[in-house]
Design a protein around this ligand. Structure first.
Ligand code: PLP
Length: 627
């Protein structure tokens, strides 16, 4: 299996996450919903994946630490409301608004800057007020909160959607927690208008039943199956398992030392193993001579000091050890390797251990032992707008220049171009799939024009309840049609022909077998056919099957016919059927994509060019048939 080739890897069990969430939801009353905290890449579990899983489990909000985390989630197409829990900076306002994030507000200067920006933009924003009920970290001091709220209400573009506070020691100090709970409840009681969301509890507070007057709770560490309360270890399953591979097995003699500074001395002759993971991988240095790993279902001690890139473990020779065996460093079935118990060995924080562990490791996402996908941890999605245009063009230019020499560079640009398409401002870009364009030329050998019948079929997410099929009389008008997003098909009519519905006929136009209604507009140099149907409104946002059939005339004396790909398309087939007397017909293809050369098939009187069905083809691709 692929995982075995990794030096170390992290498995994320999304089923366990679901079960933990279900367990936590058991503590909620009917009018309470939950916000899933996904800060720090969801405590190292992967922000996007956990956000999606939480959405499916009913999360109404997501919580991140800062703008950057929220932005990455938006670029990864996460649509839920996102609350930035920590204070934001004025310099972040523009992007907070652009990415539709909700900031926590605890500073009037920031609120004013935000409001001024929004007035300029004629936009508004939802915010949550952060109140300091006794933790004395961020937030408005609770005794100043009422005045703060009155002031905040005067800002025209700011909608107070929520108010929240945070416990300092919900998992351990019930006296202090009750004091905070009471103070916050009093504040809420004195509000004339209550915001939509009122929240105080983190996950351990929920499990202890604090703050029933709130209608939103914030799930964090317990949802990842790390039991900081000491009460639910049998109910919560660790979502993360960090594993590595035994890379060397060695003998040690009684009295010899292992590792830096001779901190471990062998009491007798024996075996020990090297695991290629160290504190640079997030395996805490404090676990030197303290930690445990699970090997072949048994616990083994970490011996000697944790190095930057290696740790050493004792090995029971009776286990017939082998290099390449898997070792579990965190998570798994044994209590000793649970994050909360490992962290307790050095009086450390389980939160910190989760966030830091597996820094170099690929994450594998599993659901009931089924591998969903994997992703490197140190990822930062390519964001086109992080690069200036000139830099981006230089990168693409250089890469293209090298492409002829290196396949690898070719695939790199291919990937980067794809991402540029998908992760740009136009987040909802829709592409065409299974694109088939068939053209059939027929007619008398003596005639000046072919009869050209074209059948175009493809699938695409419908984003509008109408589209246009256009016929242009000049290159200039045709080019303008390429830029109009509502034009699905365009044709250039020979200049000598009159633009009319006889010379360019839309024979049939269907979406999912629904015959669309058509409306013709004949103008100076163009014919536009507006295709629509009342049913399309219901199909919006779904993937639909398009079929467009036209009949027109095509001049013989041009001796060539071009077909262009005008949108990003996945899976292309272009074919031309021609009268036998035309032979030979030659296709010249220009395909920008991973493969420059589509597959060419010649049947009797038909030439067909195709790419694999999962291969992307970029605009400015096409084929010219010469005859
Ligand atoms: C991190 C965080 C949480 C989650 O806390 P857990 O103890 O992990 O449940 C909740 N609220 C705020 C404001 C946080 O910053």
């Amino acid at each position: 299996m692929m995982m075995r080739q990794e030096r170390s890897f992290v498995e994320i069990d999304l089923k366990a996450f679901e079960e933990n969430i279900s367990f936590l939801k058991g503590f909620l009353s009917e009018n309470q919903s939950f916000l899933q905290v996904v800060k720090a890449d969801a405590y190292g579990h992967g922000g996007q994946e956990i956000a999606k899983a939480a959405e499916q489990m009913g999360a109404v909000y997501l919580g991140v630490a800062n703008l950057e985390e929220g932005k990455v989630l938006r670029l990864q197409k996460i649509k839920s409301p996102i609350l930035i829990l920590s204070p934001s900076l004025s310099s972040e306002i523009e992007e907070i608004v652009r990415y539709e994030l909700s900031p926590a507000i605890s500073d009037l200067g920031f609120a004013k800057a935000l409001n001024d920006f929004l007035i300029q933009k004629k936009q508004s924003i939802k915010v949550h007020i952060k109140v300091d009920s006794g933790m004395h970290r961020s937030g408005v001091r609770i005794e100043e909160a009422l005045a703060f709220i009155e002031e905040l209400k005067t800002f025209s573009q700011i909608e107070i959607e929520g108010i929240f506070s945070h416990f300092s020691s919900a998992e351990s100090d019930s006296k202090e927690s009750h004091r905070q709970e009471k103070a916050f409840e009093e504040l809420i009681g004195s509000l004339k208008t209550k915001p939509k969301f009122i929240h105080l509890s983190n996950s351990s507070a929920i499990s202890k039943g604090y703050a029933p007057f709130c209608n939103l709770v914030r799930f964090g560490i317990l949802s990842f199956g790390v039991d900081t309360t000491g009460e639910f270890s049998d109910k919560l399953k660790p979502v993360m398992t960090f594993k590595s591979t035994l890379s060397q097995i060695k003998e040690i003699k009684k009295g010899e030392y292992v590792g830096y500074n001779q901190s471990y001395k062998a009491a007798q002759d024996g075996l020990y193993g090297i695991i290629p993971v160290g504190y640079a991988d997030g395996y805490d240095f404090m676990l030197s001579n303290r930690g445990f790993v699970e090997y072949k279902g048994q616990l083994s001690k970490v011996i000697g000091k944790v190095s930057m890139d290696m740790i050493t473990m004792e090995i029971d020779p009776a286990l017939s050890p082998c290099t390449d065996d898997i070792v579990i460093l965190l998570g798994g079935a044994k209590p000793e390797t649970r994050a909360e118990n490992l962290a307790a060995l050095y009086n450390g924080s389980a939160y910190e251990l989760l966030c830091q562990v597996g820094r170099r490791a690929r994450r594998f996402y599993l659901y009931e032992d089924k591998l969903l996908h994997s992703a490197p941890l140190a990822r930062r999605d390519f964001v086109a707008e992080d690069f200036g245009d000139s830099k981006l063009s230089r990168v693409i230019g250089d890469a293209l220049a090298q492409r002829l020499k290196s396949e690898e560079i070719g695939s790199l640009i291919y990937r980067e171009v794809l991402r540029t398409f998908f992760i740009n401002k136009d987040r909802d870009i829709h592409y065409r799939k299974d694109f088939k364009h068939h053209i059939e030329l027929s007619g008398d050998k003596e005639a000046k024009y072919f009869i050209a019948e074209t059948v175009l079929t493809y699938r695409k997410v419908l984003d509008s309840d109408y589209f246009i099929v256009a016929c242009a009389a000049s290159d200039e008008i045709l080019r303008a049609y390429f830029l109009k997003p509502d034009v699905e098909y365009r044709w250039l009519l020979d200049k000598k022909l009159d633009i009319s519905s006889e010379n360019f006929e839309l024979k049939s136009v269907k979406i999912n077998d629904i015959q669309l209604n058509t409306e013709l507009v004949l103008g100076e140099g163009f014919l536009e056919i507006r295709c629509s149907h009342q049913e399309l409104e219901n199909l919006k946002g779904t993937e639909a099957e398009f079929e467009i059939i036209t009949k027109t005339l095509y001049p013989k004396d041009t001796h060539q016919l071009s077909v262009f790909i005008s949108e990003i398309t996945r899976g292309v087939q272009i074919s031309l059927k021609y009268p036998a007397y035309l032979n030979p017909v030659e296709p010249v293809s220009i395909f920008s994509g991973q493969q420059k050369n589509p597959q060419i098939q010649r049947l009797k009187d038909v030439i067909r060019l195709s790419t694999k069905s999962d291969e992307w083809v970029f605009p400015l691709s096409g084929v010219v048939f010469t005859y």
